[in-house]
Design a protein around this ligand. Structure first.
Ligand code: ADP
Length: 626
């Protein structure tokens, strides 16, 4: 029979793995057991909704058989099994994204320890085996197939017989070499230890026949060797254990195994609640956003168990959208086993659990913010956007639950701070919480509109994400202090005397401004200002829609376009002010051209597009040539 070749990518991966100097080869067992457990989950999970299937949860088990003579280690499960096609597809190619990430990691770094960080799957079997045979029968078929491979040279599949559905993985363990003792994987005690070390939390029994020395019945000190089937794992899932019995490493391994993340989680939240509703939950905050997190494809949800039995892979009712990044499991004996998607939403028990979980997540995040700012910043970098969406979604219904978790960049502290921290440091006379928007912190810092606030030594929150201003506008205020955009006309910091002086100045020049306005009719007003220190001009918005919001809303894929109502302000103490006055007397056409340039300048500073770049560029050149 012709041998088939592995897909090119898989072949490379196998080569890397088989030839790696990786010392932690023992993890192959964890990978195979984890696949077996998944296969049983799949079958059981199907049976929950398919009443024709007669599956008893208690029948599921993983058996390990050692044959020292043949040098084989067999791992048998009675899970869903695989058809011929599935064998081909699943074992002939890299199955999941984790594997290709793994490959990248292996190629990039010399540090081979990356293997230990996350599941590498079925291929790891080749680290210890000279031959791997997979005999499988799908639950949906009477036919069984055998898949055989000795490594990178390919694989073959042929029909065979198998009494029951499920999968046998038969590893022919490599011969010992000078550097490597492979025979240890044929030692029952060594295997038992490996199961305890890596797979103790598996919820199905992992059984193996062990030899014991036992006192012969009726004798005083005569011993005989008996064989007994032993369950190697404790069967208590990790989340049901006492916190004090679980090591950090166990939490991390469980996470990467279950949620296919190659990076360690930022933190875990392990709770056990007793009362009207009892449940255990083990939640994780990932340390980075999954690649599809901010897309429609991402599905939130927690794994739902009823007394250790998986009843739902992703229960979305357990998490509000703003905490959709949380991964984890929830287990409650109070949940009915045949809970359905339809009845879920009304389920009282589930509602209580969801409410408690939400509060717990909030409190733990707050604690992290207060006690470990570095980690919190990392968290906020990854998921802060989601919290801010949460504030302004649903008309701000949830804002009170989220506002203390927000952080923004502070112009004074030069780092992210909370709103509380901002308010605490406000000088007595400061009335508002000031913010300014822009593409980057550096760009905002150069905005003319922030000068005056800096002069007063007020702190300014620099908002760089488009959702930021919407979130603040939804909050409206924090601890009684209203938010104020540095680029609005309401920014009223001048003294009464200064105001009077400015008013007079603008009154005197109103005819000049009228002429200037002819050059840019879309402008609501042009006037002098005393708010600018060094900059010649700036654009301020007048009304509820700021320039930043105009940018965001117009970038949305709808037909509705809006325009912020804007005012062009000119620094009355800048030499340009006198120049304009002179031009008004001497040459009104040139005054209009100057106005166009100044307006373009103000738009550029705001990061707004210019409608007539060619005209502006020609105007500048004409002026430069004079
Ligand atoms: P992963 O488990 O990460 O998807 P693997 O390389 O370990 O990748 O396995 C590839 C695929 O082969 C699995 O996704 C699964 O569909 C299938 N598979 C592996 N082991 C078994 C098994 N014991 N029973 C049924 N299917 C299995």
């Amino acid at each position: 029979m012709a041998k088939k070749q592995f897909k090119a990518e898989s072949k490379k991966l196998m080569n890397l793995m088989i030839n790696s100097i990786y010392t932690n080869k023992e993890i192959f067992l964890r990978e195979i057991i984890s696949n077996a457990s998944d296969a049983m989950d799949k079958l059981y999970y199907r049976s929950l909704t398919d009443t024709n299937m007669k599956i008893d949860h208690d029948d599921f088990k993983i058996e390990i058989v050692i044959d020292k003579e043949k040098r084989t280690l067999t791992i048998r499960d009675n899970g869903c099994g695989m058809t011929e096609e599935e064998l081909e597809n699943n074992l002939g190619t890299i199955a999941r994204s984790g594997s290709s990430l793994f490959k990248e990691g292996m190629e990039k770094k010399e540090d081979i320890d990356i293997i230990g960080q996350f599941g590498v799957g079925f291929y790891s079997a080749f680290m210890v085996s000279s031959k791997v045979e997979v005999i499988s029968r799908s639950y949906d078929s009477d036919k069984a197939y055998s898949w055989v491979s000795t490594g990178t040279d390919g694989y073959s599949i042929k029909e065979t017989t198998k009494e029951n559905y499920g999968t046998d993985i038969i590893l022919t363990i490599k011969e010992d070499s000078e550097e490597e003792n492979y025979s240890e994987y044929l030692d029952p005690y060594r295997i038992r230890n490996l199961v305890k070390k890596y797979s103790d939390y598996i919820t199905y029994p992992i059984c193996m026949e062990m030899e014991h020395s036992k006192k012969k019945e009726g004798t005083k000190d005569e011993y005989e060797t008996v064989k007994e089937v032993e369950t190697l794992n404790s069967l208590v899932p990790l989340w049901k254990k006492n916190k004090s019995d679980v090591q950090q490493e166990d939490y991390d391994t469980f996470y990467s195994d279950k949620f296919f993340d190659y990076e360690k989680p930022l933190m875990h939240i392990h709770t056990s609640a007793e009362g009207t509703v009892s449940y255990q939950s083990l939640l994780y905050i990932p340390s980075h956003a999954p690649y599809d997190y901010y897309t429609k494809e991402y599905e939130k949800g927690l794994q739902l168990y009823s007394n250790g039995v998986l009843i739902m892979e992703k229960c979305k009712e357990l998490l509000p959208d703003y905490y959709s990044f949380v991964k984890g499991v929830v287990d409650s004996p109070d949940l009915s086993l045949n809970i359905s998607r339809e009845t879920l939403q009304q389920d009282r028990v589930l509602k209580v659990i969801a409410k408690n979980i939400e509060k717990k997540i909030h409190d733990e995040l707050k604690k992290l913010m207060d006690q470990n700012r570095t980690d919190y910043e990392k968290f906020f970098q990854a998921f802060g956007m989601q919290l801010k969406f949460g504030v302004y979604n649903n008309y701000g219904m949830d804002k009170d639950k989220l506002q203390d978790l927000l952080m923004f960049y502070s112009s004074k502290e030069k780092k992210m701070i909370s709103l509380k921290e901002y308010v605490e440091k406000m000088p007595k006379e400061q009335e508002y919480i000031y913010y300014a928007c822009g593409e980057t912190v550096d760009k905002i810092d150069l905005l003319p509109q922030v000068d005056q606030l800096k002069e007063k030594d007020y702190d300014i929150l620099y908002l760089t994400e488009y959702v930021d201003e919407f979130a603040l506008q939804t909050l409206m205020e924090f601890e009684g202090k209203k938010f104020m955009n540095a680029s609005t006309t309401n920014l009223d910091l001048a003294t009464a005397e200064e105001k009077e002086k400015l008013k007079k100045l603008n009154e005197e020049n109103k005819d000049m401004f009228a002429t200037m306005k002819e050059a840019i009719p879309e402008m609501k007003e042009i006037r002098f200002t005393s708010r600018l220190k060094n900059h010649p001009v700036c654009l301020v918005s007048d009304g509820a829609i700021s320039v930043e919001m105009e940018k965001v809303i117009n970038a949305m894929p709808t037909d509705e376009k809006i325009k912020a109502s804007t005012i062009l302000e000119i620094n009355e103490s800048h030499p340009i002010a006198q120049k304009l006055k002179d031009l008004y007397k001497k040459d009104k056409d040139e005054l209009k051209e100057y106005t166009k340039i100044l307006y373009a300048q103000a738009r550029l500073i705001e990061g707004l597009p210019i409608d007539n770049p060619t005209e502006i560029s020609n105007l500048i050149c004409t002026e430069l040539s004079k």
